[in-house]
Ligand binder design. Structure first.
Ligand code: ACM
Length: 266
């Protein structure tokens, strides 16, 4: 299976231009599954809830989901993308999984970062894994990386490949995701954005370095910090079913949930 990240620089509010840029980067490359950054179609720094409400889209009726579904169907491939979602329940920082038959799954970001809390609602549905052509795909979004429970739950649910749209600004995530891959023995594809955004008196620089990491922690590909680029690796997802660390240690059966009650205590 060929999996790829699409690292790009969205322009705030230029939804059609951002969609077209992502489509043209994917058009020129060949993968079975592409991962695009968080909020790839809208940009990141919203200055009001009204602005977010205007740019957010319904799934699957919105133009971004429709454009991605059309591309996915025409090319016979799957993709994961971060978009702002408007729904009856609120406004969410979501990731969608699109397959040739349409939108297959939606994950609403649970752990909102910094000022995102002013505008988005946190997802309440938790974490899910979908089957795409016999491969189990788990979704998480950006700051979810700092909560190891997310990748663990996805792995326990059978994820073989974790897709991770991101708009990273802190420096630690690329190395942390190597650890997530090692401690769960899964593939991880992080698609981060690049560039700067300056809006409403705030300025952020996004760190690039999108990457694909194998279950043993090997970094198969890592992108530059500052260029738009696509990276594609040929992987064998089923190797992530093997949770053995040594002949005597298995990541799942060696766990001691009977001693982990603080993890779910209030
Ligand atoms: C982030 O969650 N966008 C840092």
């Amino acid at each position: 299976m060929k999996v790829g990240y699409v690292q790009l620089e969205p322009r705030f509010g230029e939804v059609e231009g951002n969609i077209n840029r992502a489509l043209s980067l994917m058009e020129d490359n060949d993968a079975d599954l592409f991962v695009l950054p968080e909020l790839f179609n809208t940009g990141y720094i919203f200055t009001s809830r009204k602005e977010l409400d205007e740019l957010a889209e319904e799934i699957p009726q919105g133009k971004t989901a429709k454009a991605l579904a059309k591309f996915s169907q025409r090319r016979g491939i799957s993709l994961v993308a971060g978009i702002a979602e408007r729904s009856q329940e609120g406004l969410f920082n979501s990731a969608i999984l699109v397959s040739p038959s349409g939108v297959k799954g939606v994950y609403r970001k649970v752990h909102l970062f910094s000022q995102e809390k002013r505008f988005f609602s946190p997802g309440k549905e938790g974490f899910a894994v979908w089957d795409v052509g016999g491969v189990k795909i788990g979704l998480m979004v950006c700051f979810d990386w700092i909560f190891p429970e997310v990748a663990r739950i996805l792995a326990l649910k059978g994820a073989e490949v974790i897709c991770h749209p991101a708009n990273l600004v802190l420096p630690w995530c690329p190395e942390a995701m190597v650890t997530r891959a090692v401690e769960n023995r899964v593939f991880v594809v992080t698609a981060n954005r690049i560039g700067r955004e300056k809006r409403g008196g705030r300025e952020l620089r996004f760190t690039g370095e999108s990457q694909i990491v194998a279950p043993g922690g090997k970094i198969l590909l890592r992108a530059s910090p500052d260029r738009e680029e696509v990276g594609i690796a040929d992987i064998e997802p089923s190797i992530s079913k093997d949770k053995a660390v040594t002949g005597e240690n298995d990541l799942f059966s060696d766990r001691r949930p009977d001693l982990y009650h603080q993890l779910v205590g209030r």
